[in-house]
Design a protein around this ligand. Structure first.
Ligand code: HSE
Length: 280
């Protein structure tokens, strides 16, 4: 798992710690020189996806490419979810996840609610970190600045020095890069996670029962449920409901999301996020 983009980590830290709105935080990140010239690649997760594809190839020796990475960015995140996250003990981060077991691989980049005691939850501002759980070694983490003029200059110079050294050694372009494993992408039914949903629900008798039955039918159990009335005028017929599930498979998550979007009692699924953080 990794935080591999400095711009988005800077923006999310500002939103989470100081309640700064997204647009202002992005502007600050641009002024500090963290963002790419066009920040779309940062905020939509593409820069992080490229890095995760490279890391997954190197780590698992399987030919993952960018098209295999499921990506979603941070440009439509709302401060409301950060506030609920705080109540629930979560920190919002743009997380790259790469997982390889039974010779099957999954790679994704998305905003994730991290349990606040996870080592990556304390990686702040433009800092990046890659958290590796190795079969024998257990937990390891590599940490440092991920954007900014001097860190970028250091990375560029390091590559230039490598090229010169390899040229002198006569080994440029001879690196062994053939992957050891054929690429087999993990199916949704073999991918697991916990999920957070924020729903706008009609404030009427039986609404809760209807929602619970959608989850029950799929055998998804709840870890937490919160309900709060919606404040702004004309919205007094609605309630805001937060559901945190126990671990379930990705196919069941997708199915329950579809059911929630189609059931009459739910006016809108405002947001949903993956939750990560139990240290293995
Ligand atoms: N724009 C990138 C970032 C720079 O914010 O992480 C380093 O890739």
């Amino acid at each position: 798992m990794g935080i591999v983009n400095g711009t988005t980590n800077y923006i999310l830290t500002k939103m989470d710690d100081e309640g700064v709105p997204y647009d202002d935080a992005l502007k600050e990140a641009q002024e500090l020189g963290f963002a790419e010239a066009d920040p779309t690649a940062d905020v939509e997760g593409l820069d992080a996806a490229r890095k995760m594809a490279i890391l997954a190839r190197l780590a698992f020796s399987t030919p993952v490419d960018l098209n295999d990475v499921e990506v979603s960015g941070i440009s439509d995140l709302e401060l409301t979810d950060f506030q609920y996250g705080k109540k629930l003990g979560f920190t919002m981060k743009l997380i790259g996840i790469a997982n390889f077991d039974n010779n099957q691989v999954e790679v994704s980049v998305q905003p994730v609610f991290l349990k606040s005691d996870h080592p990556l939850a304390n990686v702040k501002n433009e800092y990046n970190a890659v958290y590796v759980n190795g079969e024998a070694v257990g937990e390891t983490m590599f940490y440092g600045p991920g954007a900014g003029s001097l860190p970028t200059a250091t990375a560029v110079m390091s590559d230039v020095v490598s090229v010169i050294k390899n040229k002198l050694l006569g080994v440029n372009g001879h690196r062994f890069t053939k992957p050891r494993f054929e690429k087999v992408l993990k199916k949704p039914e073999n991918r697991y996670g916990q999920f957070y949903f924020r729903l706008h629900v009609k404030d009427e008798v039986g609404a809760f029962t209807t929602i619970s039955s959608l989850f029950n039918q799929l055998n998804i159990s709840f870890e937490r449920i919160l309900q709060a009335p919606i404040k702004p005028e004309n919205r007094n017929e609605l309630a805001e409901v937060i559901v945190v599930t126990h671990e379930t498979s990705l196919d069941k998550f997708k199915k329950v999301l579809e059911d929630l979007q189609n059931v009459e009692v739910v006016e809108e699924v405002k947001s949903y996020f993956r939750i990560e953080g139990d240290v293995e």
